[in-house]
Structures are given as structure tokens and as C-alpha cells.
Design a protein around this ligand. Structure first.
Ligand SMILES: [Zn+2]
Length: 483
């Protein structure tokens, strides 16, 4: 009876995740409705909160990253648990960390599960923060700091789930690999691409969990869980206008600045044609069920011949992310021209940050833009840092089914949607190596909290962190514990 009551209370608590609970957790959010194969996680979640605070205090702003200091810290945590971790050196001061829980002496790498998170963070505008971004300040139920959400929260949660599994010591049906990566934010010479090239056999796996998803918290309740299974492909393109240089007192019609500006106005009002990848189609189909009637109706009309075009417009106007999910997007981000106030420059340049739908090619888009700009003084130069399109992760395998089942259940039967992120993650590189990689950031976060990622006053609600640790550990355990 007591047990039953506890179960009912847990369900009632899970059903609403009140705003107040984000401020001060009123009980262990990890109280199981369904017993977890690795037991109660509330104690380890508390420990992991300490690791997260320590990791925030280790400044890994990239550049330069200096991830080696964080890597050594993680090696130390794992060593205390009797887990031998290995540092994978990349460049001076920059290393990744790998550790493994073995299921057998010679386990099949294609079955292994990889838990990935990056150790580096983006820079801060310190003057605009209300707290020290590297002091891990605890305030009003939140832990503040650069990396709290992106991605040290996931790093600490992965560590917690991995250690919980080691402590529970169940029989595993596959190897579980912990991997902390470097240089995710700059994708330079210490990135996962280089890591894979140098050390693939240390962490080869068939499945991976990474950042990139979302558990959306709104009005104190989880609305849905989005699991990233695909991502858009970043490509930078320079727009270069050339003209005659000369004395500014004698203006000419071929001024490069004017031609660049005219080209950008046209590009800025251009919208690439919409089309739908399997993942985006599934996302809208499932989201339609929980959106209000009006928006839901348009989501269901997206693919129809008579109303599709209007539906695309309504949804694109309603939400800029939806707009970017259905087409190649172009954002002008940088401008350069001129050397002196009184000199007409011979060249003016802009950078376009383009995000292609996977499967689209930059040449097709640039052919369109060339026609649109229609100016022989303007040309496009594709920059060498373009991402590579990766095939989407499958929505039909056991692992995706496990994530969907467990996350849905643990967040009170909310829908779990497949998601194609507009931003890029380490998962693209993994997918290119046949890893079924999924973005599952397990912490319930409001839109306001998500917007602080890469912004000021980044923070994670402590109750969400504890809940996220619990759900993540359950997802992993239900997939890797042998029955
Ligand atoms: Zn990140």
C-alpha cells in the first residue's frame, strides 16, 4: 500500500512539473514510477551537480579550448570509481577522454553505445552577465555558468549515468563508451573529425547519444520531447562585389559597396523553395496533435497540393525555426569593405551563413542566387569550411524505440518527436561513420532558458538537471542491460 501510494504520488508529481519545482525541488524528481534497472538516481544526480559546477569553473572557452584540464578532471572522477579512462591527445593542451564498460572480452563494436558530450564552451560577454560566468553560482534553484546547458550539463549527466551503471554492475548486452570531445564549437584541428581520424578504434560504436534534442518546458509542464535524428549542413559563402577604386569626391556607378548592398537586399528577401525530409515530415505530423487547432490544421496541410504553399507561409511566419526546418536558409553575417573614409574601395565582401537541408547541394542554391542578383560585378565564393551532409539516423531501430518509450513515459506520456536541428553537432561526423546518433538533451528547459545557450546568464534549473540525469540513466539502462 505504501509502495502504491508512493507510485501514485510520483505519477502525480511527474504529471505536472510546476514552475515552483524548478525553483526549489520539493522532492527527488527521480522517484521511479517504473523501477529503474539501476535504481534510484537522486544521490548520484546530487554528486553530478557538483561535477557540473566544477566543470563550469574549469574555463574551456574555445578558442583556445584548453580542454585538457577538464579531461584530467574527468579522468580523476572515473578513477575513483575504478574506471580506467584514457586521454586522447589532439593538439597541445587539447585532449578528449574515453572510457568503456565492457559487456564481453570481444564485444561487437557495431552494437556499442557511445555517450558523447563536448567539453569546450563558447566565449562570454562578461559585462552583460549578472554573475561570474565561470563561478558556477547557485541562485533561485538554478546553476549559472557558461556551459551549464551547452554542453557541460550533458557531460556531467553522461558521467552520472555511466558511473551509475558501473556501480549497479548489471550484465550488459553491449559495450557502453563514455566520450568527452574537444573543439565542438569551432570544429577546428581538435574536433571530432580529427578525433575520429586518429582514434576511431577507441570508441567505434553503432549507436550514440549526444546533445541536439530538447525537452520543452512551458507553463510548468513538459510539452514534448524532441529527439534530434538529423541536422542541416552549414556552408559559408562569400559574396564579393568588385568595382573601380578611386577618389571618393568623384563617385562612379560601379561602386563595389553599392553593388554588394543591392545584392544583399535581394538575397535577404529570397526564400528557397520548401521541401520536406522524412524527419521533418514526421516532426510536423506529430507536433500537429499538440499545437492549437489553427496551427495544427496548417501543419497537417503542409504537404497538400491545394493548401500546401499557404500552410508553408503561415508556419514560416509563425516560427523562424520552422521556416529554417523546411528550406535552405541564408543569413548574411559579416561585412567588410573600405580602407579610408575618402577612398572608393575596389572590393566589398559579405559572408552568408547558409544551412542546407541534408540532400541539397550548394551549387543549386548558388545558381538561383546568381540569377536573382543578376550582376556581373558580383560573384560567390564557397568557403572551405563547409559541413558534410550525413544520412539521418533511423527512426525504426530498437534504440530510437527505447528513447521514445522511456522519455515519453518518464515525462508523463508526452509526445516524443523526431527532430532535424537547424544547428550542427558532432553527430553529423558520427552519422558519416554509420553511427545511429540521436540528440537527446534530457533536461526540461523553457524557451527562455534555451535562448541563453551561447548567450548571457546561461543556466540550468537544478530540478531539471536531476530529472534529466534520471531519465538519461533510464534510457541508457533499458537499452544496455541484458534481460
Ligand atoms: Zn553544444
Amino acid at each position: 500500500m505504501v509502495l502504491m501510494m508512493a507510485g501514485v504520488a510520483a505519477l502525480a508529481m511527474a504529471a505536472s512539473f510546476p514552475v515552483a519545482a524548478q525553483q526549489a525541488p520539493t522532492g527527488a524528481p527521480g522517484i521511479p514510477g517504473v523501477p529503474s534497472p539501476i535504481g534510484d538516481t537522486s544521490a548520484i544526480a546530487k554528486e553530478a551537480q557538483g561535477w557540473l559546477a566544477d566543470l563550469i569553473k574549469i574555463n574551456t572557452t574555445n578558442p583556445p579550448g584548453n580542454e585538457q584540464v577538464a579531461a584530467m578532471y574527468i579522468v580523476g572522477i572515473l578513477a575513483k570509481e575504478g574506471i580506467k579512462a584514457e586521454m586522447l591527445d589532439l593538439t597541445p593542451g587539447r585532449s578528449a577522454v574515453v572510457a568503456r564498460l565492457r559487456s564481453a572480452a570481444m564485444a561487437d563494436p557495431s552494437k556499442a553505445l557511445l555517450l558523447v558530450a563536448h567539453m569546450d564552451v563558447v566565449g562570454v560577454e562578461k559585462a552583460k552577465w549578472t554573475v561570474d560566468p565561470f563561478a558556477a553560482v547557485q541562485k533561485d534553484g538554478y546553476l549559472y555558468g557558461r556551459g551549464a546547458i551547452d554542453d557541460k550539463g550533458m557531460l556531467a549527466a553522461n558521467l552520472a549515468a555511466f558511473i551509475a551503471l558501473k556501480r549497479a554492475n548489471p550484465r550488459l548486452n553491449r559495450d557502453v563508451i563514455f566520450l568527452a570531445t574537444a573543439d565542438e564549437e569551432q570544429f577546428g584541428d581538435a574536433s571530432i573529425k580529427i578525433l575520429i581520424a586518429k582514434y576511431w578504434n577507441k570508441f567505434a560504436a553503432g549507436f550514440a547519444l549526444n546533445e541536439g534534442g530538447q525537452v520543452l518546458l512551458k507553463n510548468g509542464k513538459v510539452q514534448y520531447v524532441a529527439v534530434q535524428a538529423s541536422e542541416k549542413v552549414p556552408v559559408n559563402v562569400a559574396v564579393v562585389a568588385r568595382g573601380t577604386t578611386g577618389h571618393a569626391s568623384i563617385p562612379t556607378k560601379d561602386n563595389a559597396v553599392v553593388h554588394l548592398a543591392a545584392a544583399l537586399v535581394k538575397i535577404g528577401s529570397y526564400s528557397a523553395p520548401a521541401h520536406f525530409t522524412t524527419i521533418v515530415r514526421r516532426y510536423f505530423e506529430q507536433l500537429a496533435a499538440i499545437e492549437d487547432d489553427e496551427i495544427g490544421k496548417w501543419m497537417r496541410s503542409l504537404d497538400t497540393t491545394d493548401r500546401g504553399e499557404h500552410a508553408q507561409k503561415v508556419l514560416s511566419d509563425a516560427n523562424p525555426m520552422w521556416n529554417s526546418m523546411m528550406r535552405d536558409s541564408i543569413a548574411p553575417t559579416m561585412l567588410t569593405a573600405g580602407v579610408r573614409a575618402n577612398v572608393i574601395p575596389g572590393e566589398a565582401r559579405a559572408n552568408l551563413n547558409i544551412r542546407l537541408l541534408p540532400g541539397d547541394t550548394i551549387d543549386v542554391l548558388l545558381a538561383e542566387l546568381t540569377k536573382l542578383v543578376n550582376d556581373p560585378q558580383v560573384r560567390f565564393e564557397i568557403q572551405p569550411d563547409a559541413g558534410l551532409a550525413a544520412p539521418p539516423s533511423s527512426l525504426e531501430n530498437d534504440f530510437y524505440a527505447t528513447i521514445t518509450r522511456v522519455a515519453g513515459r518518464e515525462f508523463s506520456n508526452v509526445p516524443v518527436l523526431p527532430f532535424q536541428s537547424t544547428g550542427a553537432t558532432d553527430s553529423a561526423q558520427l552519422r558519416l561513420h554509420n553511427v545511429q546518433s540521436y540528440g537527446f538533451l534530457p533536461f526540461p528547459l523553457t524557451d527562455d532558458d534555451v535562448r541563453r545557450m551561447h548567450g548571457n546568464d546561461e543556466r540550468i534549473p537544478l530540478a531539471s538537471f536531476a530529472k534529466g540525469v534520471d531519465v538519461l540513466a533510464r534510457v541508457i539502462a533499458e537499452f544496455v542491460v541484458a534481460r
